[in-house]
Design a protein around this ligand. Structure first.
Ligand code: GLA
Length: 388
């Protein structure tokens, strides 16, 4: 892999002296969806698929970006003084641009241009965080090239800031945190209100994590994402008139039931209900996992999907078809949509001996109903960013 990347770098930019090769993973969230911007818990893990980057300082005041995944777009060059979001002009390169811009916002860290060649093997716009992976990769590569101090947790926070302020998606901290802090064979139980976290070993012995990509691109998803977020903020504001809390994540189910009527709007009640119940489900799921009770963990995954379908309304026919079909296949311990929703992927825990049957049954049903194929990935849990 490294050789191929360097060869391509040489072809695109010329020379490979001083080049360094980095990798940052993608992530899948096992449970705890749309809780991270509500001060709740999440339980994601880093994957062994992700984003590779070859980087060097180039001695100019211009950064040059090239992606092997979007080779038709050629090299994107931008002056360090002109790092301004432009969807059309810079496209995917807005992500590394955003990170460099944030690094330089307070103190100049990246004071010389870089050449950056990217190759990713995470399916794009699939909900496996290809964008957060690219952000963390860029921040990590800059730290290594320019030799400044920055913890992996701060890399996560900076990357989230790039997404919020530069790209304009009001995402929570889950994706960037899961990627920057990833640990092989472990999921991360993160309290997004305090950033306290704990690694939990995922020992599935006789089962595998199977991701199904719906191939429905998110498109409008980002604006819907911000809409859900502000619905939750409105609900919180209403509850705060009767109860002193900082986030929906502070409420138990019964506390929520007591105060929910003050929200007024029926839709917003359901949005807030999801945030509160999903947070509690996540806490219970991790306890079950620690107790070796994978069946309960799987059941909570299924409940999570139903809540995202009925109360949060971020699933859609594609994800519902995959998940509802999954539930009928023998050996499926649990299945749900993962990530923001509105398309993207599902995650299932499937007994080893049923994986082939799972892929065939879900694949055939999906194709027949939706009209195009889904893709399947049997994934491993990997580490955070690294230099190769
Ligand atoms: C996206 C966001 C995350 C999180 C999930 C939903 O992946 O980037 O911060 O909100 O959606 O759980």
């Amino acid at each position: 892999m490294k050789e191929q990347l360097l060869e391509e770098f040489e072809r695109v930019f010329g020379g490979t002296e001083d080049c360094r090769v980095f990798f940052a993973p993608g992530r899948v969230n096992l449970i705890g969806e749309h809780t991270d911007y509500n001060g709740g818990h999440v339980f994601p893990c880093a994957l062994t698929i992700g984003t590779y980057g070859v980087a060097r300082k180039n001695g100019m005041d211009t950064c040059r970006f090239y992606s092997m995944n979007f080779s038709n777009q050629g090299v994107k060059a931008v002056n360090l003084d002109e790092l301004v979001y432009d969807r059309e002009e810079y496209n995917w390169a807005n992500y590394p641009m955003g990170v460099i811009s944030m690094l330089n916002e307070n103190e100049v860290r990246v004071d010389e241009g870089i050449d950056l060649l990217i190759f990713g093997n995470i399916p794009n716009a699939s909900g496996l965080s290809s964008s957060a992976s690219l952000e963390v990769l860029t921040a990590f590569a800059c730290r290594e090239l320019f030799g400044f101090e920055m913890s992996l947790q701060d890399i996560a926070l900076l990357s989230q800031k790039a997404e919020n302020k530069f790209i304009g998606v009001n995402c929570g901290i889950m994706d960037q945190f899961a990627i920057a802090m990833g640990k092989k064979d472990n999921a991360i139980f993160l309290d997004t209100a305090t950033l306290k976290y704990e690694y939990a070993p995922i020992k599935l012995k006789d089962a595998k994590i199977v991701i199904t990509c719906s191939n429905k691109k998110r498109g409008l998803g980002d604006s819907k994402y911000n809409e859900r977020r502000s619905e939750c903020e409105d609900a919180l504001e209403a509850i705060r008139t009767v109860k002193n809390i900082n986030s929906l994540g502070e409420l138990s189910e019964s506390e929520f039931e007591e105060v929910k009527s003050v929200i007024g709007d029926e839709t917003k009640i359901r949005r807030a209900k999801h945030a509160v119940y999903e947070n509690m489900r996540t806490v219970r799921a991790v306890t079950a996992l620690k107790d070796g009770d994978i069946e309960t963990f799987g059941k909570l995954m299924n409940d999570s999907h139903l809540s995202l379908q009925k109360d949060y309304e971020v699933t859609g026919i594609e994800l519902d078809t995959i998940v509802e079909t999954s539930w009928k296949v023998p050996g499926v311990i649990g299945a749900r949509m993962t990530g923001a929703g509105f398309g993207g992927c599902t995650v299932a825990i499937v007994k080893n001996e049923n994986v082939d049957e799972y892929i065939k049954t879900v694949g055939d049903t999906y194709l027949a109903k939706i009209g195009y194929a889904a893709d399947f990935y049997t994934v491993e849990i990997g580490n955070g960013p690294t230099e190769l």
